[in-house]
Design a protein around this ligand. Structure first.
Ligand code: HCA
Ligand code: CU
Length: 380
């Protein structure tokens, strides 16, 4: 798993998020931030979606970013002809292969799909541009149909083939099997696109890499159609555990928070409280037992190191689950001098108060300060 690449689709899939409306300036700002973070590819909305989409695509191609710029089109010559004129480095082509999409969306059979795929691929290649062929709704497509079309496109030669869990129905075992099988019939890189309807997107992405896929589609905060796709931050959390050196050297992890804030603001959502890495409590330790161990060695209760992301851990000591080790560290921070037995005594006062009502830091600090003042007042 330690040579994977990211195709960020915040400016394509992410534009399909209910709240998304990106101005040209905002798209440029997001593209630059993604590039700075270190994504390998940035995927943009199809230039045939609208006139402004086409202009924005051209504008982003002109920025001269390190990341390669892709646009995403239907498997159709009308789209391909426009796409190759935008200045993109590559074109991602997709066509629905499941019976649902063949029946209710484009109404074409597998022969037609193969014919148009060949035409579009050869055309894009003739322009010296990267090409990826992907099947929409891969996990509800007939496996024989699917492998046949991939064999066909792989024979003509494509840079990548993609599979897409368009409805978020796949589980990790199915992903592992499909990627393995696909790997045995194609001779190019495999890209995967996972929706998160059933909460498996990150797990599926990880499993796909384990099975031999090379590229994962992500969006900042996982925004996208319905409840979205693999979030780039959550995937980083998973991958830093699996491939720490690769992830730390390749991506500017301390920029994750700003990247997420930029997109959250653009689409008017908050960073979810339980977001990996940047959720407000992602590095907050609360129970006394946890706090004690964290103070001794953070790895006891942390698989991620907040410093890797430019963040800090926090010991939540103002509550009734607190313990004297946490309070001791607060006493030290306040520059007060108390013996261990005294700290234990004040801790029990704090816990008593915490049984009555929620506490905040000020509450705890004043209990500590009062206690300290009392014991330092000479008896009359
Ligand atoms: C969609 C298309 C897509 C394409 C994925 C891909 C999907 O339904 O909007 O190009 O790999 O989820 O199938 O986003
Ligand atoms: Cu999608």
């Amino acid at each position: 798993v330690d040579n994977f690449q990211l195709i960020d689709s915040t400016l394509r899939e992410g534009e399909q998020f209910a709240n998304a409306f990106f101005t040209t300036e905002k798209k440029i700002e997001i593209a630059k931030a993604l590039d700075d973070f270190g994504v390998d590819y940035i995927e943009l909305t199809s230039p045939v979606a609208s006139e402004q989409s086409r202009k924005d695509c051209e504008a982003i191609c002109k920025l001269g970013l390190k990341a390669k710029i892709l646009t995403h089109i239907r498997c159709h010559m009308d789209d391909a002809r426009v796409a190759v004129e935008t200045g993109v480095d590559g074109v991602d082509v997709v066509i629905g292969t499941s019976k649902f999409l063949r029946q209710y969306s484009h109404g074409k059979d597998m022969n037609y799909i193969a014919k148009s795929a060949i035409e579009v691929i050869e055309f894009v290649k003739s322009k010296g541009i990267e090409i990826r062929f992907s099947s929409e709704d891969s996990f509800r497509s007939d496996l024989v149909d699917l492998l046949n079309i991939y064999k066909t496109v792989s024979k003509i030669g494509v840079n990548r083939v993609g599979i897409a869990d368009t409805v978020g129905c796949a589980n990790p075992r199915q992903v592992y099997e499909l990627v393995r099988t696909l790997k045995s019939v194609v001779n190019c890189d495999i890209e995967c696109h996972f929706h998160n309807d059933t909460g498996c997107a990150i797990a599926n992405a990880y499993t796909a890499l384990e099975a031999g896929a090379r590229l994962i589609d992500t969006c900042v905060l996982g925004i996208g159609e319905r409840n979205g796709i693999v979030p780039i931050g959550g995937l980083m959390a998973r991958m830093i555990v699996a491939a720490p050196d690769y992830v730390k050297s390749k991506y500017k992890l301390h920029k994750i928070r700003d990247l997420e804030l930029l997109v959250a603001d653009a689409v008017q959502v908050n960073i979810p409280f339980n977001n990996p890495i940047t959720g407000f409590c992602a590095f907050t330790h609360k129970a006394g037992i946890h706090a004690k161990a964290i103070l001794a060695n953070p790895s006891t209760y942390e698989i991620l190191n907040p410093h890797d992301f430019g963040l800090k851990r926090y010991i939540h000591f103002a509550n009734r689950l607190t313990g004297w080790n946490a309070i001791k560290s607060r006493v030290d921070q306040l520059n007060l001098n108390l013996t261990d037995p005294q700290i234990k005594e004040v801790t029990s006062k704090i816990k008593k108060m915490g049984d009555i009502r929620p506490l905040n830091i000020d509450d705890v600090d004043s209990i500590i300060k009062e206690f300290h003042a009392e014991i330092n007042t000479p008896a009359l």
